[in-house]
Design a protein around this ligand. Structure first.
Ligand code: GDP
Ligand code: MG
Length: 162
């Protein structure tokens, strides 16, 4: 099977934005096809000639479960299906209780995890990434999904785990 990256994180941190960046120009292609929604949960992607599969677990509909249960379920899906988990956090908010909950599950799973500190839109904001080292996953990667910054270094790291 193709190597798989699953994107995990609490709502609004920018998972879908990062997902769309990773799948890149393929999004533009699907948008032109009627009946195919832009907000896909699974897609093929390619980085430096390596093909892989990406899952946006935030888009998986888990019904009316309380938010922490949904996030737990999404993390479990990611742990089961992925070779590498891309854990997205919001660099502007700092670490929240929900981030810590997700981190604990991921740490227990022993899956490779790469932390993307999103919404770091300018170099001046990079100092906001340091507190995320305390989540316990080693290096963290500052990115801006909406500006397309930092995704290359992040994917280099993620693909090292395939
Ligand atoms: P999700 O719920 O984790 O999938 O988050 P979304 O991808 O839907 O993004 C939530 C909000 O954050 C949207 O308003 C995005 O435009 C915004 N957002 C996502 N990435 C960035 C970023 O890198 N910088 C900034 N400033 N906003 C972002
Ligand atoms: Mg989303």
């Amino acid at each position: 099977a193709k190597p798989t990256i699953a994107i995990v994180g609490r709502p609004n941190v920018g998972k879908s934005t990062v997902f769309n960046r990773i799948i890149g120009e393929r999004v533009a292609i699907v948008q032109d096809e009627p009946g195919i929604t832009r907000d896909r949960l699974y897609n093929n992607a390619e980085w430096l000639n390596r093909e892989f599969f990406v899952i946006d677990t935030g888009g998986i509909d888990l019904g009316d479960e309380p938010f922490l249960d949904q996030m737990r379920a999404q993390a479990e899906i990611a742990i089961d299906e992925a070779d590498v988990v891309l854990f997205v956090v919001n660099g502007r908010d700092g670490i929240t209780t929900a981030d810590q909950e997700a981190a604990n599950l991921l740490l227990r799973s022993k899956k490779p995890v790469v932390v993307a500190v999103n919404k770091i839109d300018s170099p001046a904001m990079q100092t906001q990434m340091y507190e995320f080292y305390s989540l316990g996953f080693g290096d963290v990667y500052p990115v801006s999904g909406s500006h397309g910054i930092g995704l290359g270094d992040l994917l280099d790291r993620a693909l090292e785990h395939f």
